[in-house]
Design a protein around this ligand. Structure first.
Ligand SMILES: NC(=O)c1ccc[n+]([C@@H]2O[C@H](COP(=O)([O-])OP(=O)(O)OC[C@H]3O[C@@H](n4cnc5c(N)ncnc54)[C@H](O)[C@@H]3O)[C@@H](O)[C@H]2O)c1
Ligand SMILES: O=C(O)C[C@H](O)C(=O)O
Length: 329
């Protein structure tokens, strides 16, 4: 048996937390031979509810689950963390854009970034799920002095999964046949699900789905607005699919990417594809055999894609400007 790794999860008593923790504890994320410690972080008023979640974790008697620590103390919560999954924050309600949450949620990520820097393991990786996740990840990264920027990620995998599902349904194939789907930019209504480079069974999507009007006029807005559609239908934001996407993201960052493919995740831009350096933007990423990741280079960006990517990057720059007081230096 390997030594346990420590996973810190904020917002652990929330909807996504409830769909996420049991899968981590079961071995579905880090593998059947990897014991895990869970550090569950909540605000004080949610600690009684968190106790109930801990009771349920106990009652599962998971063979791989070692220590479970519920806490409202960030130093305790991030102590020794190898992964920090930052879910805790307020979800939007119907009629709001995710960016409207910046004023409410942004400040959460200053203290969390600092606490990660001060208390986590030296190999810590941080995935931000709480919205608006790109700019929240930027705030956490900017406040985590000493932690390399390439350890911070924002979740756009749910958008990738949604896009694959939409394309597969339209083409009458299984979603596993869709590859090379990149979400560019922000996890927001400006995101660009790039059908121009996606493939179905190795063929360009545009050769399989020749209805360009559908691709531009229905596919893109459906993916961009899927979160809002779920809030309207459920009366609450996506939770099980979000937890599933968080798991997919971590699994994809821990395991080599299939040859020729990529996965979508928000990372600190190095200027690739003309995306402003230093913002957290989603782009095509591949995980290498040594566990590090890189931006896939050479993905064609035509004029249509350029316009869409630039619009989402412009929004990210506006978000960064709006939270400049939370970004040191
Ligand atoms: N990136 C994505 O694709 C994606 C998908 C779905 C949801 N989300 C976002 O994830 C977040 C959580 O969604 P949810 O449905 O679980 O919400 P929820 O309201 O059910 O749970 C959020 C939890 O966070 C806790 N919390 C609030 N402030 C906190 C803090 N400072 N520290 C620790 N915990 C704190 C709350 O007490 C609550 O238990 C929302 O911001 C939502 O918009 C993102
Ligand atoms: O849309 C939301 O506010 C929740 C989440 O970001 C989603 O995409 O489902």
């Amino acid at each position: 048996m390997k030594d346990p790794i420590t996973i810190s999860v904020t917002g652990a008593a929330g909807q996504i937390g409830y769909a996420l923790l049991f899968r981590i504890a079961s071995g579905a994320v880090f593998g059947p031979d990897q014991p895990v410690n869970l550090r569950l972080i909540e605000i004080e008023p949610a600690l009684p509810a968190l106790d109930g979640v801990v009771m349920e974790l106990d009652d599962c008697a998971f063979p791989l689950l070692r220590e479970v620590v519920p806490t409202a103390d960030l130093a305790v919560g991030f102590s020794g963390a190898n992964w920090a999954l930052l879910v805790g924050s307020v979800p939007r309600k119907a009629g709001m854009e995710r960016g409207d949450l910046l004023g409410i949620n942004g400040k959460i990520f200053t203290g969390q970034g600092q606490a990660i820097a001060a208390n986590a393991a030296s190999d810590v990786r941080t995935l931000v799920v709480g919205n608006p996740c790109n700019t929240n990840a930027l705030i956490a990264m900017a406040n985590a002095d000493g932690v390399p920027n390439d350890r911070f990620f924002a979740m756009t995998r749910l958008d990738e999964n949604r896009a694959k599902s939409q394309l597969a349904t339209k083409a009458g194939v299984h979603h596993s046949q869709v590859s090379n789907l990149c979400i560019w930019g922000n996890h927001s209504a400006t995101q660009y699900p790039d059908f121009t480079n996606a493939k179905i069974d190795g063929k360009p999507v545009t050769e399989v789905i020749t209805d360009r009007a559908w691709l531009e006029g229905e596919f893109i807005p459906t993916v961009q607005q899927r979160g809002a559609a779920i809030i309207k239908a459920r009366g609450a934001s996506s939770a099980a699919s979000a937890a599933n996407a968080a798991i997919d993201t971590v699994v994809s960052l821990c395991n080599p990417t299939a040859e020729g493919d990529w996965h979508s995740v928000g990372v600190c831009s190095d200027g690739s594809y003309g995306i402003a350096e230093g913002i957290i933007a989603s782009m095509p990423i591949r995980t290498k055999a040594d566990g590090s990741w890189e931006v896939v280079q050479g993905v064609p960006v035509d004029d249509f894609s350029r316009g869409k990517i630039d619009a989402s990057v412009a929004e990210l720059l506006e978000e960064r400007e709006a939270v400049k007081d939370l970004i040191p230096g």
